[in-house]
Design a binder for this molecule. Structure first.
Ligand SMILES: [Zn+2]
Ligand SMILES: [Zn+2]
Ligand SMILES: [Zn+2]
Length: 328
């Protein structure tokens, strides 16, 4: 069933609808791409956001790049969610083990059950970890503690502790795109008021590296660490790092919102609404107003029919080698 959406309702879509949306538009075509291709596209759009963010005045391109980056991230979730070791069309053995269990809203909630994960860890170090949730920091204080993050064993303890908070608080889990942006915007309100857009994008890029690290460690191990239940920990780590990456995506949208409230900071069209929401950014790029659904902005198909050549896939390696003639 194709999802109906329009500029008014798009923010009420569940974050879990979006991986399905990209699957509908690009799923068949993406079978010709490896998971690594998808990740490379996510990477170059993330760095394009950084290129735009360092300009003195923001241009409309920052919104397009944010939308494209988000769509590639949704593609990652669509691709890697499933059973460990079960290949999807177009995948090889290695890709079949890069898997997450949870839905996007679950992996977001498992990291942000009403708190900033890093602040929770910082607080839990000071007080008894089993103390009541009254001790949880409501507002993120990370601006004052740059780079102060858990590693190794404490990262696993934090992951488990946050998941148990998430479980007991599950009734409070936001679902829609706009509610997630609102909730994260509240937790990180002071943080976002303290730091620059560049700093937020910098954190997003750091988190890209964390996800890369989590992906590579799902299929490569030190010999003495290739023991049970290590692969399960790595899968959980990948979920956690992705959850953190989606947080930065929402926070980039929140920070863009506050930056553009000053007209001297940007050359965006007057049609850009305030408050600016990620849901609007996605709709502006990928929404079809005539059909009330998402589509490919290039071919305008609800299932993309853009003419692309993938090697190998739609052309052979020999086809490419033949064309790799000397440059005159
Ligand atoms: Zn791309
Ligand atoms: Zn924090
Ligand atoms: Zn297309």
């Amino acid at each position: 069933v194709t999802l109906v959406a329009n500029v008014e309702s798009v923010g009420q879509l569940s974050v879990d609808d979006l991986p399905r949306v990209v699957g509908e538009i690009y799923g068949v075509k993406d079978e010709l791409r490896s998971l690594w291709d998808v990740w490379l596209h996510a990477s170059h759009h993330a760095t394009a956001i950084a290129q735009e963010a360092r300009r003195a005045r923001l241009r409309e391109r920052v919104l397009k790049e944010t939308a494209d980056f988000a769509f590639w991230l949704f593609t990652i979730v669509y691709r890697i969610r499933g059973d460990l070791g079960r290949k999807k069309p177009g995948e090889d053995d290695r890709q079949s083990i890069v898997r997450i269990k949870g839905t996007l809203s679950e992996i977001l909630w498992n990291r942000h059950p009403g708190v900033c994960p890093s602040c929770y860890w910082r607080r839990a170090r000071l007080v008894d970890a089993s103390s009541s949730s009254a001790a949880l920091p409501e507002l993120c204080e990370c601006a004052a503690h740059p780079g102060d993050l858990p590693d190794g064993a404490s990262r696993r303890r934090l992951s488990q502790a946050l998941r148990s908070v998430a479980l007991t608080q599950v009734g409070h889990k936001p679902d829609s795109l706009d509610l997630w942006q609102k909730r994260l915007g509240e937790i990180y309100r002071v943080y976002l008021g303290t730091v620059s857009l560049e700093r937020v994008v910098f954190e997003l890029l750091i988190q890209m590296g964390e996800v890369s690290d989590a992906m590579v460690r799902i299929y490569s191990y030190k010999a003495d660490e290739f023991v049970a239940p290590q692969p399960s920990w790595q899968r959980q780590r990948l979920e956690d790092e992705l959850g953190d990456l989606f947080r930065w995506l929402f926070l980039v949208a929140e920070k863009l919102n506050s930056v553009i409230s000053d007209y001297s900071n940007h050359d965006l069209p007057r049609s850009v609404p305030q408050p600016l929401r990620l849901s609007w950014i996605l709709w502006d790029r990928y929404g079809s107003t005539s059909r009330d659904q998402f589509h490919c902005p290039f071919c305008t198909g609800s299932s993309c029919v853009c003419k692309h050549v993938f090697v190998p896939g739609s052309a052979t390696v020999d086809d490419l080698v033949e064309r790799a003639t000397d440059i005159a």
